[in-house]
Design a protein around this ligand. Structure first.
Ligand SMILES: [Mg+2]
Length: 404
């Protein structure tokens, strides 16, 4: 048999040995020690432990002629001595090969109900998908579970599950499985109401005493009476004459979204590059870049002359199209293909960026954004984005514990 040719085990008789009971040290060693006396080879092993109970499944080649009965009784007496249950099933070959079209489905619930789990699983089956494995990623701050699915294409599965998720009020992310998921990536976030809990223009407006006027312009923009650029100019104009010392005050008032530091710290440890793009102001995003160790930051710049805000912005305007353009620019600079980028945002002006990214995450977004994005997170913790990337809570915490 050449090394490049997998063994053809399809028609070889095999034994499936399943052990179930209270987990304790030595179960796996004990089972294989018992099997070793019969010169059987391992075809497959799967083991899970849930609340202290172990399920250990070993698929092995059949023993030499005449020894199967002996093997069965030896395994059963070993299991009995360990107060475990054993089941041994004769059969042919290995698992059937996984179907083509492999996806990873992450479900976030707060809590994750049985009803939601049943509905998601049924919908996967209805699209022709098979659930190959299920794995818990996190129990805090949300319950996150990952399903490995095969036999259906990622896009239709994503569409079907997005509808189901909206109906159930859980968050479901569907990504294509494969090596690219482990490749180095770039994450680009919106700032206002995504990385931070505030809208920066409102913080400035409070110091200028024009919150009501700013809110009015925002509302007009939301009604579609003004586009983003018009509303930006109209709102910034209201800040004219404000003392530049307010910039420092606004920086100190900004409140990070829960989980923001954990998300960024973990991504940086994994070698990701992280950036922000904002329709807000560089006076705040540059400070965030410095404080959080971000690789990229771009926003509009408030013009300051003689220590006063002029009510104008300078430089390239960061609007809806600008955000998508910056995602592409950052990706080029980071040497990360666009398919390996993740964009996170909450507003309509994030939509182009979310759609341009390999994975677009609508974070506590307005319905119009949620419906158009690949995936939506509706729990108020930014670090849940890590679970969508397949990173477990345990890995996050272990990395924190072992950090210098
Ligand atoms: Mg926003």
């Amino acid at each position: 048999m050449s090394a490049s040719q997998p063994p053809q085990s399809a028609d070889v008789p095999t034994l499936l040995v399943k052990i179930f009971g209270k987990d304790r040290p030595g179960i796996t060693a004990g089972l294989f020690d018992t099997l070793a006396a019969y010169s059987v080879d391992v075809v497959d092993i799967e083991q899970v432990v849930t609340r202290g109970r172990i399920v250990l499944c070993a698929l092995v080649t059949e023993p030499p002629a005449g020894l199967e009965g002996d093997l069965r009784s030896t395994v059963h007496s070993w299991a009995e001595s360990m107060k475990m249950q054993a089941e041994i099933i004769s059969g042919i070959g290995d698992n059937r090969p996984r179907g083509l079209g492999r996806s990873l489905v992450t479900v976030l619930g707060h809590p994750l109900t049985s009803e939601s789990t049943a509905a998601i699983a049924a919908r996967i089956t209805a699209t022709g998908g098979n659930i190959d494995r299920i794995f818990r990623l996190a129990k805090y701050p949300v319950t996150a579970v990952e399903f490995a699915v095969s036999g259906t294409e990622t896009e239709p599965l994503r569409t079907a599950l997005a509808l189901e998720a909206a109906r159930l009020g859980v968050d479901v992310a569907v990504v294509a499985a494969g090596l690219h998921r482990r490749a180095q990536r770039l994450v680009v976030m919106d700032v206002d109401s995504t990385l931070i809990q505030d809208e920066v223009i409102e913080l400035f407006a409070a110091h200028a005493g024009c919150e009501a006027e700013v809110a009015e312009v925002t509302a007009a923009a939301m009604r579609g009476e003004l586009d983003f650029e018009q509303s930006l100019h109209a709102r910034v104009e209201l800040l004219a004459g404000l003392d530049a010392s307010v910039v420092e005050k606004v920086r100190s008032e900004v409140r990070l979204t829960p989980g923001a530091r954990t998300l960024i710290r973990t991504l940086k440890r994994l070698g990701y590059q992280v950036g922000v793009v904002s329709g807000g102001f560089t006076q705040v995003t540059d400070d965030l870049k410095e404080r959080l160790g971000l690789d990229f930051a771009q926003a509009n710049t408030l013009e300051i002359v003689d220590g006063k805000l002029t009510g104008k912005v300078t430089g390239e305007i960061v609007d809806r199209a600008g955000k998508a353009r910056l995602l592409r620019r950052f990706a080029t600079e980071a040497a990360v293909p666009l398919e390996q980028t993740v964009a996170i945002g909450d507003g309509a002006n994030d939509l182009d960026m979310l759609n341009a990214a390999g994975l677009g995450v609508a974070f506590n977004a307005k319905p119009v954004v949620r419906e158009a994005a690949h995936t939506a997170v509706n729990v108020p913790f930014l670090d849940t984005v890590l679970y969508l990337l397949g990173i477990t809570r345990e890995e996050v915490e272990a990395a924190d514990t072992h950090a210098d």
